[in-house]
Design a protein around this ligand. Structure first.
Ligand code: ADP
Ligand code: GLC
Length: 484
């Protein structure tokens, strides 16, 4: 089959820069696509974390006079995974302390429209006749609002190639005052209901969805949910209108990075057949986090952004009741100040039984996946979610809310599903503290039945979460868009 050339545009990529699941996807999907003859190159901003980790590299283009934008250049390098990288180096926009979207205090950078306007602009330049590169993509694959203006710029570019956009989270839209349309030198008539206008603002994501040839999102269930009022975040009308152009493709995971038999972050390795190393991980996690060293008490794990989306406020509320079961709880996360404070308070109030680490710690996230007995994800909505895959793979059955990709990837444990070997976690419907409590209690009860727990854990660990099938589904979308 002929190779397709694809420019994959993203605002984060693991292991160089990560705030969430988008980075994991951007790090792994291109590798899987390259293995099935899709020639993908990734365009990413040159944040300090990216620049500091670049291997051998060369400058392949400079953009001195793009109207509205400061001078920038493009640096070519190859990632350790083998994926070719185009780094957008623009020190005045990207070289600063803090994260990709916000300053060290967590406030969004005020010039984010310019920062991600430039990312979109360069993606467009590389995807039309103006490109200074000899490598010409046939498709540009955008991700989330940060890349959403690409299609708007391309709509007036000679020789523009088709663009596809993947929605990783419809809740983040990049909506700004309308005067940005001029400042970013967007086509003047693009500020329209049939364009990038959304309720009196200009919207990066609306632009992305309006101008894309095809829209994908990260699970089939979420693809349906975003066309409804509850989870459409104001864009459900547009999405309903484009229903036949939307495909839900479930994320995969990087099975080398997340392999309990070789994970470099783990103090002991294990597999489904040799599970004893899991107990050593539990003990090490309890020790590291200052929890009582107790092999028998069920240990609940959380690794998450601490935001309303993730529903952890419900979990924090029922901690006193849960501790009576009894259980232990370990939380790694950062986000909303009130939730961080509450997690810290509980750890302080229940020493030895609740532990909280506020911050971002890749190593600890692996140790929690491996060392916990069950993993808690009560998300109000979840486009896909990755931790429920990691926890299943690590033999740590997840407790999840029946939403988005969680519903597509976890099979509720009951007598039937245990018997037919499909059970892989615990699923609850209806966001309430009682429903969450009852479901965790159900998991804890099963935990105390070693034979059944072993069967459940084995099911989890034998599931296939590789990227292969999903990569093929993306390739099918590319072919469809190209009319092949
Ligand atoms: P989202 O992208 O909405 O945050 P996902 O479940 O798709 O949710 O992906 C989250 C990713 O970020 C996972 O790889 C998870 O392990 C990681 N992660 C989230 N919070 C932390 C943290 N505090 N420390 C380390 N890793 C984290
Ligand atoms: C977003 C979503 C998450 C998804 C991730 C990767 O951050 O919140 O559910 O797994 O993107 O697609």
């Amino acid at each position: 089959m002929a190779e397709i050339k694809v420019l994959f545009v993203t605002s984060e990529i693991a292991p160089l820069i990560k705030t969430g699941g988008l980075a994991d996807v951007s790090g792994a999907l291109p590798v899987a696509l390259r293995s099935i003859d899709v020639d993908v190159r990734v365009l990413v901003p040159g944040y300090p974390q990216v620049m500091a980790q670049l291997g051998p590299n060369e400058v392949v283009a400079t953009f001195a006079e793009l109207p509205g934008f400061p001078p920038s250049r493009l640096i070519f390098s190859i990632m350790k995974s083998g994926v070719p990288l185009l780094v957008l180096d623009c020190p005045s926009l990207y070289q600063r302390a803090g994260g990709p979207y916000s300053d060290p205090d967590g406030h969004d950078w005020v010039d984010n429209p310019l920062r991600f306007g430039l990312l979109s602009k360069i993606a467009a330049v590389l995807s039309c006749d103006e490109s200074p590169l000899s490598w010409h993509p046939e498709i540009v694959h955008c991700n989330d609002w940060q890349t959403g203006l690409t299609g708007a710029y391309l709509s007036v570019s000679p020789g523009a190639v088709p663009n596809v956009i993947t929605i990783h989270n419809l809740a983040f839209q990049g909506n700004y005052r309308p005067h940005k349309v001029q400042l970013l030198h967007l086509p003047p008539d693009s500020y329209d209901m049939n364009g990038l206008e959304l309720y009196g603002n200009m919207s990066f994501l609306k632009a992305g969805l309006y101008y894309a040839y095809h829209i994908t999102t990260v699970s089939p269930n979420y693809a349906r949910e975003i066309q409804g009022d509850e989870l459409g975040f104001g864009l459900q009308g547009l999405l309903q209108g484009r229903s036949s152009d939307i495909t839900g493709i479930l994320n995969g995971i990087d099975t080398e990075e997340w392999n309990s038999e070789s994970d470099k972050h783990l103090p002991a390795h294990y597999s489904s057949a040799r599970i004893s190393g899991k107990a050593a991980n539990k003990l090490a996690l309890q020790t590291r986090m200052g929890l009582n060293q107790d092999a028998d008490v069920p240990l609940l794990g959380v690794v998450s952004r601490l935001t309303h989306q993730k529903g952890l406020d419900l979990l924090l509320e029922i901690v006193p009741r849960l501790l009576e079961l009894p259980v232990q709880l370990v939380i790694l996360g950062s986000g909303e100040p009130a939730m961080q404070k509450n997690a810290r308070y509980l750890a302080h109030h229940y020493p030895g039984r609740v532990a909280a680490m506020i911050g971002f710690d890749e190593s600890l996230s692996h140790q929690i996946e491996a060392g916990s007995d069950m993993f808690i994800m009560p998300s109000r909505f979840e486009p896909c979610g990755l931790n429920q895959f990691y926890s299943q793979r690590y033999g740590t059955p997840p407790v999840v809310h029946n939403t988005g990709g969680l519903a597509d990837s976890v099979v509720d444990c009951n007598a039937d599903t245990l018997k037919d070997g499909t059970a892989s976690g615990f699923v609850f419907s209806g966001m309430s503290t009682d429903n969450l409590y009852d479901t965790i209690k159900r998991a804890v009860d099963l935990y105390h039945d070693p034979r059944k727990w072993k069967a459940l854990r084995k099911n989890c660990m034998s599931k296939d979460f590789t990227w292969e099938t999903s990569a093929k589904a993306y390739r099918a979308v590319y072919y469809k868009v190209l009319g092949r």
